[in-house]
Design a protein around this ligand. Structure first.
Ligand SMILES: Cc1cc2nc3c(=O)[nH]c(=O)nc-3n(C[C@H](O)[C@H](O)[C@H](O)COP(=O)(O)OP(=O)(O)OC[C@H]3O[C@@H](n4cnc5c(N)ncnc54)[C@H](O)[C@@H]3O)c2cc1C
Length: 632
């Protein structure tokens, strides 16, 4: 009889998804176990040594606003920080931080080790079974773990196969062995599995790089932390460098394309459309003369340098040739070769927006296992899956974030409704409400939800409430303060190519002018209170984009009106007259929760939606349609 341990929640995986899931579940009071195949790879960044970037920065701010951990740890371990897209509108301003990879792992591991209610363990789970109202997991050492809820966060390990040119071998990332048995067990359970692929560039030795030929890239002077809990963020500690591929690089790649497992057909898994390998870029953009690449330090305690933008699965001998064609890398030495990895995922269309499996109550999915790609996407899903596993145990209302609340909500809705045909990477263009889903207001959108769930503590809540109070006061003030005309003020207005004023004008109306900022009006705005610049920036964005923001908020209300039109859980769509065959197929497969979700399923037309709405209103008394609980 094997030894058995009992938990309320078990998280399989201590990557970016598993960490957030485990911490959330334990912090919500559930007895939680988190498993990893190797504890030295807890919180590992098998790809770029950075957190954030366009749209990914939004996800990290949202994770922080909800009470997650990634933002705090990134601030503790950052090496260089930059706010991207400052030349564009505030909707796409995105924070990106280079991190110390090893320190990030140690810090996250320590947080798991010290978290009450959480037990971190090195063990490979090889089997999962559904028991009576519980899940039974077995490790390779034949230890059994019982749990009410399980979060699958196995990343790129399930049936992991690494490819480097003609060489292929079973492996997880960075030489950690793969999970070979759990995938089969999931298939036996009835979980639909897909095969995906991703790739990473080489890590090279710092002393083998000639930095003279490279363009340095420095961090921002004014560093904005990811987390509202971070008070003293500190200084930038490293510099990154920019270089470019050239015709020689292209020649080496094209001469050896037949040896690339991607082009020899050896790799079956589907790769990330928006994170292409260098050979993909060369093939897909033949007219492009050169491709930009970045050289990024991996940490203060190592001389490994990461070659951003140069991921490949070409053979190592070709990699050496290829990298040495790039200015600055003429004598480069590869410490870790680039590689591609194929792995199994669970088809995300099998889940509700709570990330719980429709056919397997208590089984949740998160991260790369759900078909996404990226640390931030993984952490966001891990947080929601961990929260919902705990709320299920506590028999409380599940957390569903709709597309109007956050990029997290958009990410999950896209995965469970539209599915994943290739590794899903978040981009600002994926949100139809991006002007409302900005980094600067992530706390306003999500901290009240994090507080209600129980992940936002008193101190954080007081600070948040104070910021909201100061912001509301400032909005009131700018709508009442009148700025008198003066020569000095009109000189500033004219210098900014906007018209001078002849009589008193409300401060808000001056701020509405696209050319004018708070900074410009400082000396004329004599009653301005001493409040943090972050609050002034929030107010300025809301004033300048008021019209657009109001329109998007109206669109969100309309979306929510349709989200409230609940569809019966066991609805047989083939019985509804007027629905097209394709719509019946898609609706029966995805079983959307409501009209809003149904309207986003590809292959379901607006005409089908009208048929559904009419059916609902005839089937159920109009008033009942919107709110009856019986359907859940
Ligand atoms: C080679 C490579 C290249 C990548 N390139 C990119 C990129 O270009 N852009 C991008 O955005 N993202 C990229 N990524 C993806 C990024 O690394 C992942 O998105 C992120 O790490 C996913 O986090 P996760 O928590 O879902 O999984 P992971 O970080 O992979 O963590 C999985 C965890 O599950 C554990 N585990 C797995 N199976 C078992 C088991 N049976 N029992 C116990 N523990 C188990 C592992 O030990 C590990 O702790 C790349 C990843 C790799 C490997």
């Amino acid at each position: 009889m094997s030894y058995v341990e009992n938990y309320e929640v078990v998280v399989i995986g201590a990557g970016h998804a598993g960490i957030e899931a485990g911490l959330a579940s334990a912090r919500l009071g559930c007895k939680t176990a988190v498993f990893a195949i190797n504890l030295d790879s807890v919180g590992n960044c098998p790809c770029n040594p950075s957190i954030g970037g366009t749209a990914k920065g939004h996800l990290v701010c949202e994770i922080d606003a909800l009470g997650g951990e990634m933002g705090r740890t990134t601030d503790e371990c950052f090496l260089q920080s930059r706010m991207l897209n400052l030349g564009k509108g505030p909707a796409v301003h995105s924070l990106r931080a280079q991190i110390d990879r090893n320190r990030y792992k140690e810090t996250m591991k320590r947080k798991l080790e010290r978290q009450e209610n959480l037990f971190l363990k090195q063990a490979e789970i090889v089997d999962i079974l559904r028991g009576n109202d519980e899940w039974i997991l077995t490790s390779r050492n034949n230890i059994r773990y019982k749990a009410k809820a399980v979060v699958m966060a196995t990343g790129t390990f399930l049936e992991g196969v690494v490819h480097i040119g003609e060489t292929s071998y079973n492996s997880g990332p960075d030489g950690v062995f793969p999970a070979t048995l759990l995938g089969e067990s999931l298939k036996r359970l009835g979980v639909k599995i897909k095969r995906f692929k991703t790739g990473t560039p080489a890590r090279v030795l710092k002393s083998s790089i000639n930095f003279e030929n490279l363009e340095p890239q420095y961090g921002d002077e004014k560093i904005v932390p990811f987390s509202k809990d971070t008070k003293n963020i500190g200084e930038n500690k490293i510099v990154c460098y920019i270089s470019w591929t050239n015709d020689k690089t292209k020649e080496v790649i094209l001469n050896n394309l037949h040896r690339s497992p991607m082009y020899s057909g050896k790799i079956e898994g589907v790769g990330p459309r928006y994170c292409p390998s260098i050979e993909d870029k060369i093939v897909r953009f033949p007219d492009k003369k050169r491709h930009q690449m970045f050289i990024e330090p991996c940490g203060l305690g190592t001389d490994e340098m990461y070659l951003q933008g140069m991921s490949t699965s070409l053979p190592e001998d070709v990699q050496i040739q290829m990298y040495r064609t790039i200015p600055g890398l003429e004598n480069v030495k590869i410490m870790r070769p680039a590689y591609a990895i194929e792995y199994d995922i669970g088809d995300p269309e099998q889940m509700y927006s709570t990330l719980e499996y429709k056919e397997f109550p208590g089984l949740f999915g998160a991260g790369q296992f759900n078909g996404s790609s990226g640390y931030e996407e993984a952490a966001a899903q891990g947080l929601v899956a961990g929260i919902n596993a705990a709320l299920k145990i506590k028999k409380e209302e599940p957390l569903i974030l709709d597309r109007g609340t956050s990029y997290i909500g958009t990410l999950i809705d896209d995965l469970v409704i539209k599915g994943a045909n290739d590794p899903y990477r978040m981009m600002t263009s994926r949100s139809e409400y991006r002007l409302v889903l900005r980094q600067d207001n992530a706390d306003e959108r999500l901290t009240p939800i994090g507080r209600k769930i129980g992940l936002i503590g008193d101190k954080r809540w007081e600070e948040f409430s104070e910021v909201q109070r100061l912001k509301e006061e400032e909005i009131k003030r700018v709508n009442t303060v009148v700025i008198a005309p003066s020569k000095e003020l009109n000189d500033v207005l004219v210098s900014r190519e906007t018209s001078p004023i002849e009589s008193g004008v409300k401060l808000v109306d001056l701020l509405k002018r696209p050319q004018i900022s708070y900074k410009d009006l400082k000396e004329f705005d004599t009653t301005r209170p001493e409040i943090p610049s972050e609050i002034l920036e929030k107010v300025q964005v809301e004033i300048k984009y008021e019209g657009y923001i109001n329109r998007q908020n109206r669109q969100i209300s309309e979306m929510r009106r349709l989200e409230k039109k609940i569809l019966p859980k066991d609805l047989d769509f083939s019985e509804i007259k007027g629905l097209r065959l394709e719509a019946i197929e898609k609706l029966s497969k995805l079983k959307p929760n409501n009209i809003g979700q149904a309207s986003r399923i590809s292959g379901v037309s607006p005409a089908d939606i009208s048929v559904l709405i009419i059916w609902l209103s005839t089937k159920f008394n109009k008033n009942e349609v919107n709110s009856d609980e019986n359907f859940i």
